[in-house]
Design a protein around this ligand. Structure first.
Ligand code: IMP
Length: 205
């Protein structure tokens, strides 16, 4: 079965292929099967935006579709950057500017109030249009400077609790990150749900 992934990000697609290693499933990037103007991600939640992307891909191709939406939620900023994570400082995907702005906004905020989490929401739509939603998070806090060269986005300023809070997500390998990350956790959750559905389908047939 072919599943269209509503993304052209090669990194994400590889991570999805590794996590959802069901026999016979093939994940194909959107650009390989369809071309249409990207839908506006104007939802108020990660779920809204993941659903917008998954529905658009499913409707354009008629294929099962998978989309994710993710971002950083900072408690001291009432949840910002949230769904605006990619364009927090203005231009879409300017990671350096986003990190500088975030550190500036947290200037003077003490350690114990710098808590934050990455969130990922996945929406899978099957061939009949039925939806499965999975969510994953990773807890941590925001540091004071950018540290590390791995990863992308807010990784250099995010200190995950799972690594003791001392190093940033940009100081670990991709394998170490995937094992604990919001997207890794969401994918593991989606895999469990799909396996449970396949199991109950087999039992009832
Ligand atoms: P998207 O869901 O891939 O569009 O991600 C939205 C934005 O959230 C990215 O541009 C990053 O700024 C941020 N983000 C999402 N996942 C990560 C991550 O794993 N590390 C760092 N930043 C992330």
């Amino acid at each position: 079965m072919q599943v269209v992934v509503a993304s052209n990000n090669a990194h994400k697609i590889q991570e999805i292929r590794t996590a959802l290693d069901f026999p016979g499933w093939e994940f194909v990037p959107l650009k390989a099967v369809a071309s249409y103007p990207e839908p506006e991600e104007d939802g108020e939640t990660f779920l809204d935006n993941a659903r917008i992307k998954a529905r658009a891909a499913h409707e354009a191709t008629g294929m099962p579709a998978l989309a994710d939406d993710s971002g950083l939620v900072v408690d001291a900023l009432d949840g910002a950057p949230g769904v605006r994570s990619a364009r927090f400082a203005g231009d879409h995907g300017d990671d350096g500017a986003n990190n500088r702005l975030l550190l500036e906004m947290l200037d003077g905020v003490p350690d114990e109030q710098r808590t934050a989490r990455f969130v990922s929401v996945l929406v899978f739509i099957d061939a009949d249009g039925a939806e499965t939603v999975a969510r994953g998070t990773v807890e941590g806090h925001i540091g004071y400077t950018e540290v590390g060269d791995e990863g992308f986005g807010y990784d250099p300023i995010f200190h995950p609790d799972v690594f003791g809070g001392t190093i940033t997500m940009a100081q670990v390998s991709m394998e170490q990150k995937n094992a604990v990350s919001h997207r890794g956790n969401a994918l593991r959750n989606l895999k469990e749900q799909l396996l449970a559905m396949a199991d109950s389908h087999l039992r009832s047939s």
